[in-house]
Design a protein around this ligand. Structure first.
Ligand code: SF4
Ligand code: SF4
Length: 108
């Protein structure tokens, strides 16, 4: 999730941005002094919201542009929420997301 544009493996992947729910604190919203554009999120409750597009199947974050497994970019890369920043390329969840999209694990 962090990743399109961070590492070369990610710019040709984007699988995590099209696999998981991405929930964030409302305090990450631009309207609350954070960085994430409100319009790209849906509210879950008073304290949490979710990246739009990750709240239904097929999952695909509204901020993701391009084609998964080919060329992708996060349209709000510099303003992406914490869960995206904390996601690590090459770990278990990354491999799981890639597998869902028919991509080999990075470690392979
Ligand atoms: S905000 Fe960007 S990095 Fe996070 S899931 Fe969406 S496209 Fe991926
Ligand atoms: S699934 Fe892994 S390789 Fe693909 S964009 Fe996410 S972190 Fe990067």
């Amino acid at each position: 999730m962090s990743h399109p544009s961070q590492q070369s493996a990610c710019t040709t992947c984007g699988a995590c941005c099209a696999s998981f729910r991405v929930d964030l604190s409302v305090y990450e919203l631009s309207s609350m002094g954070g960085t994430v554009p409100d319009g790209l999120t849906v509210e879950l409750n008073g304290s949490t919201c979710r990246m739009r597009g990750t709240d239904h199947v097929p999952v695909r974050c509204a901020a993701l542009t391009g084609t998964v497994g080919q060329q992708v970019t996060c349209a709000i890369y510099e303003w992406r929420p914490n869960p995206c920043r904390e996601f690590s390329a090459g770990d278990y969840a990354c491999d799981k997301a890639r597998a869902r999209h028919g991509l080999p694990p990075l470690s392979a």
